[in-house]
Design a protein around this ligand. Structure first.
Ligand code: 5AD
Ligand code: SF4
Length: 472
C-alpha cells in the first residue's frame, strides 16, 4: 500500500465546477489521494477556477500568492506541495498563469481532468505540466470534449452533466471560448449514470450544463432527444424522486420542456431562467436573441403548465450603452415576474468577447447604484417568497444531519433549506413539514402528522429559494 497523499480542491464559480471537483477527486483516488480540508497540509492543491467575471479571475491570483507561501514553508520542512490551476481561468490564460505565478506546477483545462495523474507525473519529472487544448476541431474551430465519467454517489442529491459548452455567444460571455462548442451526452450514458446514482442512494438529480436546455443528445431510437424527453425518461428510474436542471437559455425552451413541467411530479417547479436585462436594446446588444416580451410570454407558458413554478434569474447591470430607461425596464421586468431569488452582477468586460470592444458608458458609481437598487428589489421578492412558506406544509427531501444536534436538514422544492428535529432515518425521504419560522434563508419546522402527510402529498403544496448557477 502506498502512503495516502493529501488533496485539497478549492472551487470557485458555478455548479459545473462543483461537479468537476468530484471528477478530479475520482481521477486522483487511484493514485492514493484522499481529500483534506486543510490546504497547508496538502500534497496537491487544485484551484478550480472561474473566468466568468474579472473579480472571479483575480481571486485566483491572490489565492495563488497565499499558496506560494504555504508551498515554500512545506519545502523548508522537506515536503513537496504541487499547485494546480484547473477550470476556466486555466483554459483561458494557459501559460500566462505560470508566468504570473511561477509556484504553479500544473495548468489543466476542463477537458483534461482525466489526465491529472499523468500531468502530476510530468510536473514531477519536468517541473511543469500544461494541458488546455480542446481535443477535436469542429466548424467553429472548437473540439468536442471527452464525455465526463460517471461520478461516485455522495449523499442524497447529485449533479449529472448532460451537455457542456455553449453556441449562443452572448456578447459579454466567455463560456463559448473557455468551455467550447455545445456538446450533448448520449441519452443512454446519462440514464446509466442516473441508475447507478439511484442504486447508491441518490434521490435527487440535477442535470447540469452551461446551456442545459440546448440538450440534443443521441437517443436509443437514433433521434436527438430534447431535454424534456430526457427528463420524462429519467423520471421513471426507481428511486429518483426529484429532478432539476440548470442553466437554461430562454431561446432554447421548447414544448417538450414545458410539457415535462406539466406532466412530471418529480420535476421540481423551480426554474433558473436568466434574462440578464429587461431592455430590448440591451438584450439585442448582448445578442440574447430574445426580447423582454418573449421572456414574459415564456414565463406565462411555464406558469400555465404548472402554476407552482417559481423562477430565478441572472442580471447584468451597466452593460455598455445601458441608459437610465434601460435599467428602469429591468426593474419593471423584475417587478412584473416576481422572482424567488436572483443573482445580479456588475458588467465586467472579458478579454476576447465582442462586448469588450465596446466603449463602456456606465460609470462605476452609477453601476454600484443600479446594482444596489436591483438587489434590494430582488431581496424583497425573495424575503416575501420565503415568508410565504411560514404556516404552510411543504415537502422536504431530507439530506443530512444539521450542525445543531438532533436536527436534520433537507430542501424544499424551491431549494430552501428546511430544518426539523427528527431521527436520521428520515434522510433520503420526502416528507411534509409544517413550517413555523424563518432563520435567515432557512425554514424551521416540524414533521407533519401522518394524516397531514397524505393530504400535503396529494395537494403538492410547495413553497420556495435560490440556486447556484452559471451560463445561459
Ligand atoms: N460581466 C458580468 N456578468 C457576467 N455574467 C457572465 N458574463 C459576465 C460579464 N462579462 C453573468 C451572467 C451569467 C452569469 C453566470 O454570470 O449573468 O448568466
Ligand atoms: Fe452561453 Fe449563457 Fe454565456 Fe450566453 S450567457 S454565451 S447562453 S453560457
Amino acid at each position: 500500500m502506498t502512503q495516502p497523499r493529501k488533496l485539497h480542491i478549492k472551487s470557485f464559480g458555478c455548479q459545473m465546477n462543483v461537479y468537476d471537483a468530484q471528477r478530479m477527486v475520482d481521477a486522483l483516488a487511484p493514485e492514493g489521494f484522499v481529500e483534506t480540508a486543510n490546504a497547508d497540509e496538502a500534497d496537491l492543491v487544485i484551484l478550480n477556477t472561474c473566468h466568468i467575471r474579472e473579480k472571479a479571475s483575480e481571486k485566483v491570483y491572490s489565492e495563488l500568492g497565499r499558496l506560494r507561501v504555504a508551498k515554500d514553508e512545506a519545502a523548508q520542512r522537506g515536503r513537496r506541495m504541487d499547485i494546480a490551476v484547473a477550470g476556466c481561468v486555466a483554459q483561458a490564460e494557459g501559460e500566462e498563469i505560470i508566468r504570473r505565478q511561477p509556484a504553479v506546477d500544473i495548468v489543466v483545462g476542463p477537458q483534461s481532468y482525466h489526465h491529472l495523474p499523468q500531468l502530476l507525473a510530468e510536473a514531477k519529472a519536468r517541473g511543469r505540466a500544461l494541458e488546455t487544448e480542446f481535443p477535436v476541431a469542429d466548424k467553429f474551430g472548437f473540439l468536442p470534449q471527452p464525455q465526463p465519467e460517471a461520478i461516485r454517489a455522495r449523499g442524497i442529491s447529485a449533479f449529472v452533466t448532460v451537455q457542456e459548452g455553449c453556441d449562443k455567444f452572448c456578447t459579454f460571455c466567455v463560456v463559448p471560448y473557455t468551455r467550447g462548442a455545445e456538446v450533448s451526452r448520449p441519452v443512454e450514458k446519462i440514464v446509466d449514470d442516473v441508475k447507478r446514482l439511484a442504486d447508491h442512494g441518490v434521490r435527487e438529480v440535477t442535470l447540469i450544463g452551461q446551456n442545459v436546455n440546448a440538450y440534443h443528445g443521441d437517443g436509443p431510437d437514433g433521434r436527438a432527444w430534447p431535454l424534456g424527453e430526457l427528463l420524462q425518461h429519467l423520471a421513471k428510474i426507481p428511486g429518483i424522486v426529484r429532478l432539476r436542471y440548470s442553466t437554461s437559455h430562454p431561446r432554447d425552451v421548447d414544448d417538450s420542456l414545458i410539457e415535462a413541467h406539466r406532466d412530471l411530479i418529480a420535476l421540481m417547479p423551480f426554474v433558473h431562467l436568466p434574462v440578464q436585462s429587461g431592455s430590448d436594446a440591451i438584450l439585442s446588444a448582448m445578442n440574447r436573441k430574445h426580447s423582454a416580451d418573449d421572456y414574459r410570454r415564456l414565463v406565462d407558458r411555464f406558469r400555465a403548465a404548472n402554476p407552482k413554478i417559481a423562477f430565478s434569474s441572472d442580471f447584468i447591470v451597466g452593460f455598455p450603452g445601458e441608459s437610465d430607461e434601460d435599467f428602469e425596464a429591468t426593474l419593471a421586468l423584475v417587478t412584473q415576474i416576481g422572482y424567488a431569488g436572483a443573482y445580479s452582477f456588475k458588467y465586467s468586460p472579458r478579454p476576447g468577447t465582442p462586448a469588450a470592444e465596446l466603449q463602456e458608458t456606465v460609470s462605476a458609481a452609477v453601476m454600484d447604484e443600479r446594482l444596489v437598487r436591483l438587489q434590494e428589489l430582488i431581496d424583497s421578492q425573495q424575503s416575501a417568497f420565503n415568508q410565504a412558506a411560514i404556516g404552510t406544509t411543504v415537502e422536504v427531501l431530507f439530506e443530512r444531519a444539521a450542525r445543531n444536534p438532533g436536527q436534520i436538514v433537507g430542501r424544499t422544492a424551491y431549494l430552501q433549506p428546511a430544518h426539523v428535529m427528527a431521527q436520521p432515518d428520515i434522510i433520503g425521504q420526502v416528507l411534509p413539514v409544517r413550517i413555523d419560522s424563518l432563520e435567515r434563508y432557512s425554514l424551521i419546522g416540524a414533521l407533519a402528522a401522518p394524516q397531514q402527510r397524505q393530504h400535503a402529498e396529494s395537494r403538492r403544496e410547495f413553497p420556495q429559494s435560490l440556486q447556484l448557477t452559471t451560463g445561459a
